[in-house]
Design a protein around this ligand. Structure first.
Ligand SMILES: C[S@@+](CC[C@H](N)C(=O)[O-])C[C@H]1O[C@@H](n2cnc3c(N)ncnc32)[C@H](O)[C@@H]1O
Length: 424
């Protein structure tokens, strides 16, 4: 691809700024990208994001290649510029353009400008030796703080397969309105009924976007609403609903959905999604713990570590260190207990999290079944199509991992369970 030179440089500069925030300040891309990318043209914005994601996925490999050419690691900003250059050069980037741009980027830096000679020398070596070494390097591993509990939960072989899935990234999955014509989209149906596009490009330019025929939702994330199976006319409470993928699914099935979330910003996206798709739900800005009443069905998609989404969010393991996870686990247990009180006798609740940690999934449901004798696991899971029986857990939930469906592009890590309340 040929670019206007300044446009490629702007994207690279922004990508390094994003890396500085994630790797230096522990921010997630979602917490810093609006500010850094706002002045870029849409195409450069997309390119900067793509580059930052590519570097974060390949960070360990880039550092291994660079270690051979550096006596000691330079300041973080320079290291991030070198990492970007290395990843681009080792994935087929044209040496001249990449090296020039990265050298200029460092040269213009107030404090690190004097390191431009070093950057030039290192990247020229990487340009000749790096691409050959790259493919021989191991698939990047998760940092220890996250790897250790995941190895304990799923074993070493599964861990390697999960890391391979993280490194590959994710295809684009769509959930469609019933009866929507998807023929113009070049995709294939997953076994569970999502439409999967391997090379999607700009989402808003895809056929059917304007008409609201579909919405973006990972195939795994589409399963909790399938498990709840809301029927036309049922009163359904969607707790922690924004940006609303599951709300849309349940509204599309004709249920009367009340969608609750504490974040006004995220609810604005939910409202946009409802408007674009022409679906309706009652939208409530509020806290789970303030909700009252009795519903036929409740879906609780609790806030969690989001460790199941690393394929699409490779910033997470680098920005976080697990410090807040204990508080999240406590919050999930409290939310689950409150949500259970909102289910009418004979009604049902689906609990789910996009986490790979059993403490946020299997363990929550085991504790819940012990604490509430009127709760039992429902039967619906057995009739969902495309589910491998080995994904069903001891307590009766569904465990999904990024290494499942490896041959068609994986899926997000997720946990979900259907709990049915006894009639009184
Ligand atoms: C996993 S996300 C939900 C994703 C959503 N269900 C979907 O399918 O698009 C978790 C959500 O919980 C919300 N949240 C966190 N604490 C909350 C609380 N105390 N009350 C209500 N919502 C809360 C967050 O704002 C966030 O949108």
């Amino acid at each position: 691809m040929t670019d206007h030179p300044s446009s490629a440089s702007d994207a690279r500069r922004a990508a390094v700024a994003l890396l500085d925030k994630v790797l230096g300040e522990g921010l997630l891309l979602s917490e810093c990208q609006t500010q850094i990318l706002e002045r870029l043209e849409p195409a450069d914005r997309a390119r900067a994001q793509r580059l930052a994601l590519q570097v974060l996925r390949a960070l360990e490999r880039a550092d291994r290649v660079l270690a051979k050419h550096l006596r000691k690691p330079p300041a973080l900003h320079v290291r991030n510029a070198l990492r970007l250059g290395t990843v681009e050069l080792c994935s087929g980037g044209a040496a001249h353009g990449v090296v020039n741009d990265i050298v200029n980027l460092v040269a213009r830096h107030r404090r690190h400008g004097q390191l431009k000679g070093l950057v030039n020398a290192v990247l020229r070596k990487v340009a000749t030796e790096g691409p050959g070494e790259w493919a021989k390097l191991r698939v990047p591993r998760l940092p220890k703080w996250l790897r250790a509990p995941l190895v304990q939960a799923w074993g070493s072989d599964a861990m390697l397969a999960i890391e391979a899935a993280h490194y590959k990234g994710a295809p684009l999955d769509l959930s469609a309105k019933p009866g929507a014509d998807l023929a113009a989209l070049e995709g294939a149906m997953t076994p569970t009924g999502s439409l999967r596009l391997q090379e999607a490009g700009q989402v808003s330019a895809l056929p059917g976007y304007e008409q609201g025929a579909w919405w973006v939702q990972d195939a795994a994330a589409a399963l909790p609403a399938q498990l709840l199976n809301a029927a036309r006319g049922e009163r359904v409470l969607d707790l922690c609903a924004a940006p609303g993928g599951k709300t849309l699914q349940m509204a599309a099935s004709g249920a009367q959905v009340t969608a609750v979330d504490i974040s006004e910003n995220r609810l604005a996206r939910l409202q946009e999604n409802l408007t674009r798709t022409g679906l309706s739900a009652t939208v409530v800005a509020g806290d789970v713990f303030e909700q009252k009443g009795q519903y036929d069905a409740v879906l609780l998609d609790a806030p969690c570590s989001a460790t199941g989404t690393i394929r699409r969010h490779p910033d997470l393991p680098h920005a976080k260190d697990g410090a807040g996870f204990g508080g999240l686990i406590e919050l999930q247990a409290q939310m689950l207990a409150h949500a259970w009180g909102l289910v009418r006798p004979g009604g049902r609740l689906v609990y789910c999290t996009c986490s790979l940690l059993p403490d946020e999934g299997e363990c929550q449901v085991e504790d819940m079944l012990e604490m509430f004798p009127g709760a039992r696991i429902g039967d619906r899971l057995k009739s969902l199509s495309g589910i491998d029986p080995s994904w069903i857990t001891e307590e009766g939930g569904l465990r999904l991992r990024p290494d499942y469906w490896a041959e068609i592009g994986g899926m997000d890590g997720f946990y979900m369970a259907e709990l049915v309340k006894a009639e009184v």
